[in-house]
Design a protein around this ligand. Sequence first.
Ligand code: G6P
Ligand code: MN
Length: 442
Amino acid sequence: MNQKKVNVAIAGGGATHTPGIIQALLESRDKLPLNELRLYDIDPKKNDDMYVIIKEMMKQYKIDDVSLTETTDPQEAFTDIDFVFSQIRVGDLEMREKDEKIPLKFGLVGQETCGVGGFAYGLRSIKGLLELVGYIQKYAPDAWILNYTNPESLIAEAVRRQYPHAKMLNACDMTISIEETIARNYGYNRKNWICQYYGLNHFGWYTSIYDKSLHREIMPEIIHKLQEKPMKIASFNAKDPSWQDAWNMLTEILRLFPDYLPNNYLEYYLFPDLVVKAADPHYTRANQVIDGRVKETRELADQIRQGKAEDFDFDFGEHGNYIVDMAASILNDSHERFMLIVPNHGAIPNLRPDAVVEIPAYVGCTGAEPISMREPINDFHKGLMEAQDAAEKLLVDAYFENSYQKALQAMTLNQTVPSADKAKKALDALMEANKEYWPHLK
Ligand code: G6P
Ligand code: MN
């Protein structure tokens, strides 16, 4: 095993997911030995709250041979770094709230990564990510960038166009969270699973789950259980009961389309009308997050500053482990298997080669080696994916070409949107709200 000690930077260090990632890092030092940890964020207050929490965490873990720094300066953050974990959120939760609330005004799905709100976030996020990748190319051209920043398909496509040789892997924790929640609900160990899955990011299906310890295919029995009643939120989401709605919708999707286990995010594309009806236009997910984990994080940092912190007891699910395991698989060239967001290049044989797909891949020291599906996918999934992928391509074109027309086409083609009239109204309102962030569309 490679025992080189690595330097890791977290871009978006002030985000509430940082403790989970750090916890995973601290618990994985046998396979990913740590030298330095750096928190980088453009918001010094949030970054410092996190610095205080992580410092305390390291004390509790009795770790004194890893240096921890906080910075708002990209040069300081990335010089000599080996891995950058990106979880930046351009415009922070205040803009997420607008992505969610503005579409609802027009009767459209208001969601951070899906629908017109997701596309609005996309135009902000591409800009921020390209800037970040630019800094890393400048200060640490050999570093690996492991990206969690949303909306991931759009980012993957934009970075590929501007920096085709960037050492970047784009990963989403949703599949692992679905798997972990299923395993905890029904008493499986997902470490024994070999999963076949394909789709776009937040838009895909499992076609097989083989359990090595049971020596058999278990997807049909899982689907059967889910059809009977929705699974419960797992303990790592216990403080956040709103995830229950997502699992309820998973069951709804399976009642109509029982052949494959879907990603729960498909609810926004398959049932946009029901999603809009169930939404509270005055209090969306962004508000829940601001009043929930963001507030708790701030309070925890203040308690620690006042010397009042107790032992933490964190259960973050698989979110942190997933990205840390990926870094370890690169460092040790261990070819573990992950779901990654990559250019198709024939992996799904009957889909355009430049589609940005989410599929399993082996990860080693040269990056991702995606696994071919070998067989063509069915027309239902193909049709849904092609429309969404074309909409995403148009949006990335709109970004690079400053094209209002292409942005309008992208929003109209998005399957959460039933009318070009609504697409235009929402686009105009989102453009106004995003003046500071979007490229100028004309
Ligand atoms: C999942 C998705 C992420 C998304 C997150 C939202 O983990 O994979 O891409 O950002 O859910 O969670 P939140 O609690 O912020 O609504
Ligand atoms: Mn995701």
